[in-house]
Ligand binder design. Structure first.
Ligand SMILES: Nc1ncnc2c1ncn2[C@@H]1O[C@H](COP(=O)(O)OP(=O)(O)OP(=O)(O)O)[C@@H](O)[C@H]1O
Ligand SMILES: C[C@@](O)(CCOP(=O)(O)OP(=O)(O)O)CC(=O)O
Length: 420
């Protein structure tokens, strides 16, 4: 790194990481700084195409300090969660050499070099769709590539965990378990993959997006208040979750949808019971979330066995798992009937993600949505329509873990200036 001209280089890496949805919930920390949870959790990773974060990380001797642009706007990196991740990553960084560009960075140079980071979430940020999960997983994964870290995914998951707990599960595709660990230093609190995304490829995921508004109480604050005030949370962590973890692992291993659905719904409901048991109570679901759950419960009940599992995090959006494609189509018919769009909405903005399912639903345009008849299990008095209460639907499936994007056209920073 000698004369002025050779100091102008910018080195960058772009990666894409998925978000995940827990089916055994993480709620409550035993260590706030290191982000160590009070129980294990299990999640399903979503397809990168539909719910993910793209992050470009870059380094250059010309950068004066670390900077982040989130969804196009500069965002402060001063928060502890970012500082902890950056510090940990820098401490594990390796040597990097790019002979063509004449770049040579040694392990200790990373202490003094600054980073420019740009990130984009392809779904609403901070609306309970786990943007912090894909966001921190992507940040850590991309930096690990840029800085040539030799650590395995388990170690990277433990670094991402320190940005946001649920992020540690987004380092893998498919079905993922986060071990709470026992050690005070957090060294045994990391995620592992239980099964990859191909293991259970019948499952389809439907997300009626209820609201994209930012929520009132962040997960971080909400779970702190629950730990401080709820009596139910301790019983849940010690008595309920350990058994459910074993049962859920078994259900996933055997692709046993009945057990998967029973556990997933029970977990969601107990998590929200803990929220209500918090003082002051945390209301994350709204009337639309309740109506979606009731619709699913009624249908499951009328069929005599679960067709669809629901789960809802710290926000009003409900995530629905359908046993297979046929069930997903029947589910969409029901949801489209109860939650039609506002007039003048086109089909393209009403249904996002894998829209091929629309053929199975028999929907070609908006007229077909309007013409849907009430689901047979619906009693006349509740065959109601709530126009516009669901803004749009995302159809997706379990997907793979983070990937590198080698096409420079997908970078979010200018390769010459390192600016967005
Ligand atoms: N792409 C990203 N890169 C870096 N940080 C991100 C990114 N996306 C989100 N974040 C961080 O995560 C925060 C939002 O996290 P928060 O936990 O409040 O909501 P959420 O993750 O959408 O919901 P959930 O409660 O389901 O985790 C943002 O304010 C920001 O600090
Ligand atoms: C309800 C949850 O989504 C909680 C997620 O909490 P976060 O991981 O967002 O919280 P912090 O660790 O404080 O950043 C349940 C889950 O993902 O398991």
């Amino acid at each position: 790194m000698g004369d002025e001209e050779s100091k102008k280089w910018v080195l960058m890496v772009t990666a894409q990481a998925p978000t995940n949805m827990s089916v055994i919930k993480y709620w409550g920390k035993r260590d706030e700084t290191l982000i160590l949870p009070i129980n294990d959790s299990i999640s399903v990773t979503f397809d990168l195409q539909h719910l993910s974060t793209i992050t470009t990380v870059s380094v250059s001797p010309t950068f004066l300090h670390d900077r982040l642009w989130l969804n196009g706007k500069e965002f402060s990196l001063s928060g502890d969660k970012y500082q902890r991740c950056l510090k940990e990553i820098r401490s594990c960084a390796g040597d990097v050499e790019d002979e063509k560009k004449g770049i040579k960075i040694t392990k200790k140079d990373w202490e003094n070099l600054h980073l420019h980071i740009a990130s984009y979430n392809n779904f609403p940020t901070a609306a309970g769709l786990a943007s912090s999960a894909s966001g921190f997983a992507c940040l850590v994964f991309a930096l690990a590539k840029l800085m040539n870290l030799k650590e395995d995914n388990g170690k990277l998951s433990a670094i991402a965990r320190q940005g946001s707990g649920s992020a540690c599960r987004s380092l893998y595709g498919g079905f993922v378990k986060w071990f709470m660990g026992k050690n005070d230093d957090g060294s045994d609190s990391f995620a592992v993959q239980l099964a990859d995304e191909k293991h259970w490829d019948d499952l389809l995921i439907v997300i009626p997006v209820v609201s994209s508004r930012q929520k009132e109480t962040s997960s971080t604050r909400g779970m702190r208040e629950s730990v401080e005030t709820s009596t139910l949370i301790q019983y849940r962590a010690k008595e309920v979750v350990p058994k459910r973890i074993v049962e859920m692992e078994e259900a996933i291993k055997n692709r046993d949808f009945q057990s998967f659905a029973r556990l997933t719904c029970a977990e969601s409901n107990q998590f929200h019971a803990v929220c209500l048991d918090t003082s002051p109570p945390l209301f994350y679901m709204n009337d639309t979330s309740h109506r979606i759950i009731t619709c699913v419960e009624n249908w499951n009940h009328s069929e005599g066995s679960p067709q669809v599992a629901y789960t809802c995090d710290a926000g009003p959006n409900v995530v629905l798992f359908a046993q297979n494609r046929k069930v997903a189509a029947l589910l969409l018919q029901r949801l489209f009937f109860h939650f039609p769009p506002h007039p003048d909405t086109d089909l393209k903005s009403y249904v996002l993600g894998d829209t091929s399912i629309l053929q199975d639903v028999g929907i070609q345009d908006m007229k077909d949505v309007e013409a849907l008849s009430p689901p047979p299990e619906t009693k006349d008095d509740i065959a109601q329509k709530y126009k516009g209460d669901v803004s749009y639907f995302i159809c997706t499936r379990p997907g793979k873990g983070p990937v590198l994007l080698s096409d420079e056209g997908q970078a979010l920073l200018n390769p010459e200036t390192g600016l967005p």
